[in-house]
Ligand binder design. Structure first.
Ligand code: ADP
Length: 582
């Protein structure tokens, strides 16, 4: 059960006040009685001391009759019962009755105390009158001896009556004070709880996004400070909220006006956010909170999301949706485990690429026949021409025809690799055997250049699923470059198994590649040194072919090079099915 702050403060106050009043009453009642009894004891003692001066000579002289008369007289005047007791307990005189009729008082506590030389005091019910009485007994000393005991007693009934009246008065005062203090407590609790209630009501309004609320208190204490801080916090929150809302609106309008489709998936692959373009892409099926696979099913997209999540890294892939091709760039958002995907429609670019590829393919095909004719006739001419100068020109024609043929062959290879739907023919490939066969092709140029060539392969190198012809092409291009661009030292080919797949490294001790060219060497027709490449019979297409082969196998290629020291190309290929999703 929720109890209000008012109930707590007031309840606590009432509890403390009532307990305190009760304690004060209890202690004061006990204290007042003790105070009364002490006062009466003192008066009786004083009376006894005064009476002793006349009574002691009478006791010493054995004048009991006179003593009894004196006692009766003083007792009547002072409303006190006075008794004189001999050391043996016999009553010698008594103010109320005939002493001869009274029993022996030797054993009475107060008498016994007095006979021991002390002032005896005792409170008890009187045997005859059944009323509470206060007894004081004083030893009567004569010439250093105790010759009797003077006992003075008083009915406490009177005192009790007075005390009861006094108690009633005290109780009345206490209740009045209690009433007043509770009224004050009520007002105090109200004044303390009201600002807290106001603050709490205002907080509730702020939680409900009402930022116009303010709390004004008349207090001049910490609560006022709290209210002031609350007000400034609310106005600060209001401006922050307005700013955030504005930013959100801006962001929403930017996102929705984006040409690219945008999709954000939460950690459970449910749609968190999507823009208009994405909704159009899914024919309006996309709605926030749905699993993405409820909206569209595309194994390549599933694979992309799975890879982004498992690697926690951004990735992109070309994926076909509803007969259009999209470059899907998926970004992993570390903080919440979300994935944001941008769908960039590249259908047109892809079509243009296709037109370009087809064009290149057609031109290459068309050029091939006349070129073969030029080459054939140049070779025939070489045999028949005798003039040195003419021979030189024919030689130039023949070399350039070779170069052109190389370019055309490479262009045709590239086009076949890029051709739409050109899928590699995967079979089990023994990489070591394949590499050994390739190396045989280079035995002659290696020997000519006086280079060393070694192949190192893991003993337990597994076979991989790959397209052997394309892999061979890749090996040839890499080793060809290594031989072409090395003048001394050797070429080292390493095949090993690693966690990521099979790693193929082709390392040479050649001229190396300048650092700023490294990023461009895989581009078509890019050559570092034109004249050198030309001299070597290069086309600038070799590494483009290599990159394409690696990509068709879903692998990766890296290059590490130092000018003057050598170059290492490292290709990593997945072992099974070349990383293709099923
Ligand atoms: P090319 O047919 O001219 O060799 P590539 O595409 O095979 O064309 O290579 C592109 C360029 O990269 C080359 O012109 C060359 O400058 C550089 N290159 C490639 N491989 C090596 C290598 N092993 N050592 C030094 N340079 C290299």
């Amino acid at each position: 059960m929720r109890r209000s702050i008012f109930a707590k403060i007031f309840g606590g106050y009432v509890l403390v006040t009532v307990i305190l009043s009760g304690l004060i009453l209890a202690f004061s009642f006990a204290g007042i009685r003790d105070f009364y009894v002490d006062g009466e004891t003192e008066s009786l003692k004083n009376l006894g001391t005064a009476l002793d001066t006349s009574a002691i000579p009478l006791v010493a002289a054995g004048n009991h009759l006179e003593l009894d008369r004196l006692v009766k007289k003083v007792g009547k005047e002072t409303h006190t019962r006075i008794t004189v007791v001999a050391p043996d307990g016999r009553v010698l005189a008594d103010s109320e009755t005939n002493p001869e009729n009274m029993e022996n008082h030797r054993t009475r506590t107060e008498v016994a105390q007095a006979l021991d030389g002390n002032t005896g005091r005792f409170l008890r019910l009187s045997g005859t009158l059944k009323e509470e009485m206060l007894y004081i007994a004083l030893p009567m000393k004569h010439e250093g001896r105790i010759i009797g005991v003077l006992r003075l007693s008083l009915f406490l009934k009177q005192m009790n009556d007075a005390m009861n009246r006094f108690r009633v008065k005290i109780a009345e005062i206490t209740v009045t004070i209690l009433g007043f203090s509770l009224l004050i407590a009520l007002a105090f609790s109200r004044s303390l709880s009201r600002p807290i209630k106001e603050l709490s009501a205002a907080s509730r309004k702020v939680a409900g996004q009402d930022f116009n609320v303010r709390v004004f208190l008349r207090n001049h204490d910490e609560l006022k400070e709290l209210a002031d801080s609350f007000n400034s916090m609310v106005s600060h929150t209001r401006s922050l909220f307005a700013e955030l809302t504005h930013q959100k609106e801006e962001l929403t309008s930017i996102i929705s006006s984006l040409q690219e489709g945008l999709l954000v998936l939460d950690r459970n692959d449910k749609l968190l956010l999507s823009n208009e373009s994405f909704k159009r892409l899914t024919s309006g099926l996309a709605s926030e909170g749905d699993f993405y696979w409820e909206i569209f099913r595309e194994p390549q997209f599933d694979e992309l999301i799975r890879k982004v999540r498992s690697s926690r890294q951004n990735r992109e892939d070309e994926i076909e949706f509803s007969k259009r091709i999209f470059l899907c760039s998926a970004t992993f958002l570390e903080s919440e485990g979300e994935v944001a995907v941008v769908f960039h429609d590249i259908t047109q670019i892809k079509n243009l690429e296709q037109i370009k590829t087809d064009f290149v393919l057609n031109v290459s095909h068309e050029l091939r026949t006349p070129l073969t004719a030029i080459k054939g006739f140049a070779e025939t001419l070489e045999e028949v021409v005798e003039d040195d100068e003419a021979r030189h020109y024919v030689d130039i024609i023949s070399r350039n025809a070779d170069r052109l043929m190389n370019i055309i062959t490479d262009l045709l290879t590239l086009s076949s690799l890029e051709a739409k739907g050109a899928q590699p023919q995967f079979t089990e490939v023994n990489l070591k055997d394949l590499a050994e066969n390739v190396l045989k092709i280079f035995t002659h140029p290696v020997k000519e250049k006086n280079l060393r060539m070694t192949l190192m392969a893991d003993d337990a190198l597994p076979t991989i699923e790959a397209d052997p012809f394309k892999l061979e092409q890749m090996f040839i291009n890499l080793v060809d470059n290594a031989v072409k661009y090395s003048e001394q030292g050797g070429i080292e080919i390493t095949l090993k198994q690693a966690k990521e797949g099979i790693v193929i490294a082709v390392k040479d001790t050649g001229i190396g590649i300048p650092h700023d060219s490294l990023a461009r060497i895989f581009e078509r027709f890019y050559v570092v040194d034109k004249s050198r490449s030309k001299r070597m019979g290069g086309t600038g297409l070799g590494l483009s072919i290599v990159k394409h082969v690696v990509m068709l196998h879903h692998g990766s290629i890296e290059v590490d090079s130092s000018v003057g020291l050598g170059t290492t190309f490292t290709v990593t290929l997945p072992e099974h099915g070349s990383g293709q999703s099923s």
